[in-house]
Design a protein around this ligand. Sequence first.
Ligand code: MG
Length: 384
Amino acid sequence: MTDAPYRRPPYAASRSNSRGRCFPEEPPCYRSEFQRDRDRIIHCGAFRRLEYKTQVFVNHEGDMFRTRLTHSIEVAQISRSIARALQINEDLTESIALAHDLGHPPFGHAGQEALNLCMRAYDGFEHNLQSLRIVSELEKKYAGFDGLNLTFETREGILKHCSKRWAAQLGEVGQRFLSNQQPSLEAQLANLADEIAYNNHDVDDGLRAGLIDIEELLEIELFRKQYEAFRRLFPDITGRRVIHETIRRMINEQVVDLIENSRQQIAAATVVDIDSVRNLNHPLICFTDAMQAANLELKQFLRHRLYQHYRVRRMSAKARRIIQALFSAFIEDPGLLPDETQLQQQACHSETDKVRVIADYIAGMTDRYAISEYQRLFDPMQLT
Ligand code: MG
């Protein structure tokens, strides 16, 4: 069956130019191969756990903040809209968007840093690689293989960054980091849609939490421009509507910039097929220089005023302590691990692989599970 509502250009990913799956399977009946990837991602356990994982705010801090699940859905929405405008593969970009954060450990960036530190003698921990590890081996649901057996194109998109040392161990999917090539346009798109989504929702969540305010955001060009445009149209409206109206305009401005600039870049590069996209030494899905600079200004603002806010730092410090304490406890006495995890450890041949099982176990936890696991292990009043 055809998998597009429109005729796609030859440089878009499609069934005919796909490098396929590691384990050959019968094609799906009424879906495209990339729809099947997306459906497998939605039905996997790691995807469900995204509901209780967060990026900046810890899950129990409030029901109105984004979770990694709602963030992933926002990234998929932005990716699909742009893919349709550029006539590239919506299904592929959606499946990459939905899978891109599967490997994040609990407690967002603080959790990632802490786990990476714990794993420094064992090749480190990187959430991007972990997302790939989940879809390639950790999900165990199918009779014929470990992992989800996704297409090469979805796996290529999930692996956003990778060190050369790791890339060398990953085979075909790591190759582009060694030869300085690009992933598909759909992967390039999901990557920037992620950036659009988190910058804008961190502004929204930061305002909602009272950690930043409109006055300081008015120093930022992207925000000020849309805030003032809205104010001119609706001078009497106040409260959260103003914030939402400003942020939706900011997202739209970034999306339109990305569509129009990428369209020009694609035309200028005269790419003829998907491999000529991969063989370039620069991405074709990109913002204009002006938007790139405006984005950077917003990112730097968020880094200093939101991510370094003392209330965020307190939560991050707690998160680090929890991850470090869990890791040390399991290293010291693997008998504290649940039976299933102990069995996985016993099947390992090297010390590094045994420690990786602990990292996988911790990385798979949700924020609230990590907190209760900590209480079960360290609070003498807590019954296990
Ligand atoms: Mg993300």
